[in-house]
Design a protein around this ligand. Structure first.
Ligand code: GLU
Length: 304
């Protein structure tokens, strides 16, 4: 297991110290409260009893195993983030995973989250490493040849993150000759490669590695979906800013094993139900909404 870095432990430390500081009246006045998903504010999803979905080989195997295995991200603030101290996952994608699980008959304590990087999602679904995947996963035709997609449950757009004091990068047209970092295997990485070939593109496993390199000056920009970048910017507003406007459409789907259409359609039904009953909105407000962007309307689900 990786040891958490000191930086990763800081938010936990701040949370521990906050009440102490409040009591003693210390701390900078006007310091904003530590932001993060508040577990109490999260909806609890009604777990359907029995075996609510039949005909899915993936779910049969999960039931035999006793729990679901769901692929997610662990370093995307407000979307999919793992607390290094407790090992708990939180964020909008994690809530989507939980509400879907509840409809499939699995309570939260029967979900095992497994971190899978952007480049490894299709393989993880193809070889049964995960039962489904919820992690800023753009639906597109290339990927549909390899996996199934339920949803979309959210629409993001590719954007750029730069250092706060950078005045030169204001859109992808300014990337010529500049070092821009993205996650290997992601749609933003592929778009820069294809549409902005003069950018000096660097691929890492994760966006958090890119952001560390942006802050330390090793790269000039990080590119991926605005929903992801907003989280990093909100966590380090003195150091980072989003440059310009989104320049793509990234509909997020729940990835499923390609041949299991019973599971894919059951996930579509689950998403529709939770959008209808208010859970989707409550989950957004308690997670991604904390990065400062109010809840949009959920996009129409594309059942195929
Ligand atoms: N939504 C994009 C993708 O699926 C970028 C985010 C990510 O890498 O998860 O490739």
């Amino acid at each position: 297991m990786r040891r958490p870095t000191a930086a990763a432990l800081l938010p936990a430390l701040a949370l521990l110290l906050a009440p102490l500081l409040a009591l003693t009246g210390c701390g900078k006045s006007g310091t904003p409260p530590v932001k993060g998903p508040q577990p109490g504010a999260l909806p609890a999803y009604r777990v359907r009893s029995g075996e609510p979905v039949t005909g899915s080989a993936t779910l049969d195997a999960a039931r035999a195993r006793g729990h679901l295995v769901v692929g997610v991200k662990e370093d995307q603030p407000y979307l999919g983030q793992k607390d290094p101290a407790s090992g708990e996952y939180s964020g909008f994608d994690i809530e989507i995973a939980r509400m879907v699980a509840a409809d499939l008959g699995f309570p939260p304590d029967r979900i095992e989250f497994r971190t899978i990087a952007s480049a490894n999602r299709e393989t993880a679904l193809q070889n049964g490493q995960v039962d489904y995947y919820v992690g800023t996963y753009t639906i597109n035709d290339n990927r549909k040849k390899l996996v199934g997609f339920a949803g979309p449950y959210f629409v993001a757009g590719q954007a750029l993150l730069v250092r706060r004091n950078d005045r030169e990068i204001n859109g992808p047209q300014d990337l010529d000759g500049r070092k821009v970092c993205s996650a290997a295997g992601s749609t933003p990485y592929q778009r820069i490669q294809k549409d902005y070939p003069k950018a000096r593109l660097i691929g890492y496993d994760t966006y958090s590695a890119c952001v560390d390199n942006l802050i330390s000056g090793q790269v000039d920009a990080v590119t991926t979906d605005n929903a992801i970048l907003q989280g990093y910017a909100a966590k380090a507003p003195d150091e980072l800013r989003i440059a310009g406007q989104p320049f793509s459409t990234e509909p997020y789907g729940v990835g499923t094993p390609k041949n299991d259409s019973a599971l894919r359609l059951a996930v579509d039904d689950a998403l529709a139900r939770h959008e209808e009953n208010g859970d989707w909105r409550a989950a957004y407000d308690a997670t991604l909404g904390l990065s400062g962007v109010p809840a949009p309307e959920p996009p129409p689900i594309d059942r195929y």
